[in-house]
Design a binder for this molecule. Structure first.
Ligand code: AMP
Length: 121
């Protein structure tokens, strides 16, 4: 899948659309999800133009990868969920139900999150 420079997170990164920022560094931005599904629901994204984990793992620099992983840890700690537990999720592609084609990790926390996936039976 090619990167679409007009996706909503690219527009946030360019300052065309506001977001509720919780963390920013040279390579990473984190902001509150606009439709939170838990008391804590934060998105962590790279500033680089990567569609998904597939793209990021193959093409991002070690510096970008380290920055994103460290940002996730910092954001979770700052959100106060590190002690009680939380969930890190990245949806990829059609089967993963990815809606925004710019890599993002969801941080969920603040309540009991239940099983990992809904049952199909
Ligand atoms: P995904 O299905 O993993 O691609 O999730 C995309 C997420 O982006 C959803 O949880 C949306 O609520 C969230 N989202 C979409 N637009 C915005 C926005 N402008 N600001 C913050 N979060 C957004």
């Amino acid at each position: 899948m090619a990167y679409d420079p007009n996706n909503i997170f690219a527009r946030i990164l360019r300052g065309e659309i506001p977001c509720n920022t919780v963390y920013e560094d040279a390579h990473t931005l984190a902001f509150h999800d606009i439709h939170p599904q838990a008391p804590v629901h934060i998105l962590v994204i790279p500033k680089g133009a990567y569609v998904s984990v597939n793209d990021f793992a193959a093409n991002a620099s070690d510096t970008e990868i380290a920055a994103l992983v460290r940002a996730i840890g910092k954001v979770a700690a700052a959100a106060g969920v590190a002690e009680d537990g939380w969930r890190l999720l990245s949806n990829v592609g059609t089967n993963g139900h990815q809606e925004v084609p710019h890599l993002h990790f969801h941080i969920f926390g603040g309540r009991q999150l239940g099983g990992m996936l809904p049952r199909r039976d």
